[in-house]
Design a binder for this molecule. Structure first.
Ligand SMILES: *Cc1c(COP(=O)(O)O)cnc(C)c1O
Length: 237
């Protein structure tokens, strides 16, 4: 039997250890629980174990959980590929979007964000290994897209997100993380709202933190292996 409560402790310790090992400030890395395919009951255990930030990939599935868990003060992050016809529901129901990679999507999110809510927090997704199947822009397009996003009234640019190629060896993975980190630092110098580098998953928490991540997105290490493989697709297809 896996215990979500034990896993929350264990993952929090891994984060803390890696943060110390890298001589970084305490609590400078946030834990985002990735809950695609997980039930509301599983989320409730995670909430009771102290987690407040949740990431979802699929809109419909997410809306059900957001509605069911309204009683809790949670922060919801949309981290999956975005279809244009889904932007309104995303703008209305989420606090963050990590997967923005087109100006058109950013414009729609800004236009559809209700004025009664705080600006929607945005990370631009970078396709750091130029994989055909993956969402995200190459770093060469970051200046143009970040500049355009900072001019949109109902968005707040927070930083960058990446999902590196899973086939890489440790050295290649670290070099991808370092490229992200240096792009993040220069973005941060240009825009004071930028403070988030969303990078690292269950298998590479330590490497990501040592290379500068400020938010790790963790599913498997908290909740165990996912059952429905059909929902594993993080690509644009
Ligand atoms: C599923 C997913 C994760 C979590 O991956 P794990 O290996 O289960 O920790 C993180 N980020 C994104 C974008 C995901 O789709």
């Amino acid at each position: 039997m896996i215990s979500i409560a034990d896993n929350v402790k264990n993952v929090s310790q891994r984060i803390q250890k890696a943060t110390n090992f890298a001589s970084r400030e305490e609590n400078s890395v946030q834990l985002l629980a990735v809950t695609k395919t997980r039930s509301t009951d599983e989320l409730t255990i995670a909430i009771q174990s102290g987690l407040t930030q949740f990431g979802e990939n699929y809109l419909q599935e997410a809306l059900t959980k957001i509605d069911a868990l309204q009683a809790y003060p949670l922060t919801w992050h949309f981290i999956g590929p975005i279809q244009s016809n889904k932007t309104r529901a995303i703008a209305e129901n989420f606090d963050w979007v990590h997967s923005v990679d087109r100006l058109k999507v950013a414009q729609r999110l800004s236009a559809q964000r209700p004025n009664t809510q705080l600006p929607l927090k945005i990370c631009i997704q970078i396709n750091i290994n130029d994989e055909h199947s993956k969402s995200g822009i190459p770093l060469s397009e970051l200046d143009a897209l970040s500049g355009a996003i900072t001019k949109l009234p109902n968005l707040e640019l927070k930083g960058l997100m990446t999902i590196p190629a899973s086939s890489q060896n440790e050295d290649a993975l670290r070099s991808s993380f370092r490229e992200m980190s240096s792009a993040f630092k220069s973005l941060k110098q240009r825009y004071p709202s930028v403070d988030t580098l969303s990078m690292g998953m269950s298998n590479d928490i330590e490497a990501a933190i040592e290379e500068g991540s400020t938010m790790v997105r963790i599913g498997t290490a908290l909740f165990g292996a996912r059952h429905s493989a059909a929902k594993e697709n993080t690509s644009n297809s």
